[in-house]
Design a protein around this ligand. Structure first.
Ligand code: F6P
Length: 319
């Protein structure tokens, strides 16, 4: 291969820039040129791209977001657009593609692979919900953002003797909520993977109050329900008044943590190796501290599940 392309797609995640940099530098190291495609699959369809040289990815390793912009592109599910994009790539001499994104982005890459266009996926999402890899790029940074926010909320909750519900992103996955809840010592954590018991949440608050604790923090993953719905439930069932804080898109921004930068570097480099070795339809990931690559099929057949043992632990530590 002499020329490949890279794009970022779906919700952005801190560390995407570091991954773009790694792809470009690793490919250049092997004498391969890299085109940067703008706005994900939208740019792929239009052939909207430009050459990324060594200098063009300088000074981005510490920047959040994605230099290549991102989009969600529902029309890319249609074969005619996939073929149109492949044609644009062929015209520009692009022989393979690295896709940085989440589950939906992998599906687009898989479709291209079945049409004979080589693709490799790099997991980039704050949700940490991609089967086959233990961590996704952006999760660690988002987690730290959430924990910092909860720490701040706890300061004011303590001062005013309030209980707070904090609504955390993650789509259908509970990883962000669970890890953040554990790290910030939340009294209750609600995640989509585990059924919640409203009476148990109420009891925990009341037990705390009985021993003189006048505030508590409840984390709810957006995949369970909204913070305001939970507040309503607590009010109706037990007359408990809570304040609600929805962290929102702040969770997707910010300078990537060192851990996310290193992960991005390792996965970006492996993605290029896989493409150059003739691999296609594969995703890269991390398992037991080792970089791995595996078939996209595996990512679609397995179901991601937040670590149940952490959930059990969170209950034990917040008695
Ligand atoms: O997938 C990342 C994510 O931030 C999810 O956690 C969230 O549900 C979703 O994207 C929000 O997407 P949008 O910004 O398109 O509303």
């Amino acid at each position: 291969m002499k020329k490949i392309a890279v794009l970022t797609s779906g919700g952005d995640a801190p560390g995407m820039n570091a991954a773009i940099r790694a792809v470009v530098r690793k490919a250049n190291y092997h004498g391969v040129e890299v085109m940067g495609i703008y706005r994900g699959y939208e740019g792929f369809i239009e052939g909207n791209m430009e050459l990324l040289d060594l200098g063009s990815v300088g000074g981005i390793i510490q920047r959040g977001g994605t230099k290549l912009f991102s989009s969600r592109c529902p029309e890319f599910k249609e074969k005619k657009y996939q073929l149109q994009g492949i044609e644009k790539m062929k015209q520009a001499g692009v022989e393979g593609l690295v896709v940085i994104g989440g589950d939906g982005s992998y599906r687009g890459a898989h479709a291209l692979t079945t049409l004979g266009f080589p693709c490799v996926g790099i997991p980039g999402t704050i949700d940490n919900d991609i089967p086959g890899t233990e961590y996704t790029i952006g999760f660690d940074t988002a987690l730290n953002t959430v924990v910092e926010s909860i720490d701040k909320i706890r300061d004011t909750a303590t001062s005013h003797e309030n209980s707070f519900i904090v609504e955390v992103m993650g789509r259908d996955a509970g990883d962000l909520a669970l890890w953040a809840g554990l790290a910030a010592g939340a009294e209750s954590i609600l995640i989509p993977e585990e059924a919640y018991d409203i009476d148990d949440i109420i009891e925990r608050i009341q037990r705390g109050e009985a021993r003189g604790k006048k505030h508590s923090i409840i984390i709810v993953a957006e995949g369970v329900m909204s913070g305001s719905e939970l507040a309503k439930l607590l009010k109706e069932k037990a007359g408990i008044h809570t304040r609600v804080s929805v962290l929102g898109h702040i969770q997707r921004g910010g300078s990537p943590s060192a851990r996310d930068r290193v992960l991005a570097g390792r996965l970006g480099a492996r993605a290029v190796e896989v493409l150059l070795q003739g691999g296609s339809g594969r995703a890269v990931g991390i398992k037991n501290h080792q970089v791995i690559d595996y078939d996209f099929g595996e990512a679609f057949n397995l179901k991601h599940k937040a670590e149940v043992s952490l959930y059990t632990l969170s209950k034990e530590l917040s008695i």
